[in-house]
Design a protein around this ligand. Structure first.
Ligand SMILES: [Zn+2]
Length: 154
């Protein structure tokens, strides 16, 4: 079975980035309204993630034509992620780009010279770039913090 793909509502941008860090394809559109959210999720075969009760009153959701999961609103994104993974019995996978959800490919250190900040370039040996938006990643503080938070919840 292919891994589930998600569409986060307009309030869950943080959760979409965390889902990507945990290896899942999670769409998010700033300011998207509930109607477009549910329609896009249906077209793309994604599970709707929302904290907004109104979404769950829609017939396509109530009838089960579109899968949806209600996420606790006030929790920090990492706890919302833990909730989603636990509820759907999912495990963490290789991280994807937190900005766009693209696949990360390891890139040789030589190729990123001049692109990585000099201190990070000097301090780290492994770098990754997003196959879609080309964003550069390395195992710096940000990445370590994310990994620690993800490990703490499993
Ligand atoms: Zn990207």
């Amino acid at each position: 079975m292919p891994p589930p793909r998600f569409f986060c509502d307009a309030m869950l941008g943080g959760l979409s980035r965390w889902l990507r860090a945990a290896g899942y394809d999670a769409a998010f559109e700033y300011g998207i309204d509930d109607g477009s959210l549910v329609r896009s999720a249906a077209e793309q075969g994604r599970i709707v993630l929302s904290s907004d009760g109104g979404v769950f009153e829609r017939n396509v959701i109530k009838g089960g034509a579109v899968r949806a999961l209600r996420v606790p609103r006030a929790s920090p994104p990492v706890e919302q992620l833990a909730f989603v993974l636990r509820t759907l019995s999912l495990v963490r996978c290789a991280p994807r780009c937190m900005a766009c959800g693209g696949e990360l490919r390891e890139t040789s250190k030589l190729e990123v010279e001049g692109r990585a900040p000099p201190r990070s370039y000097a301090a780290y040996d492994r770098f990754w770039t997003c196959a879609v938006c080309n964003k550069l990643y390395w195992h710096g503080t940000h990445w370590s913090r994310i990994t620690k938070a993800l490990e703490a919840m499993s």
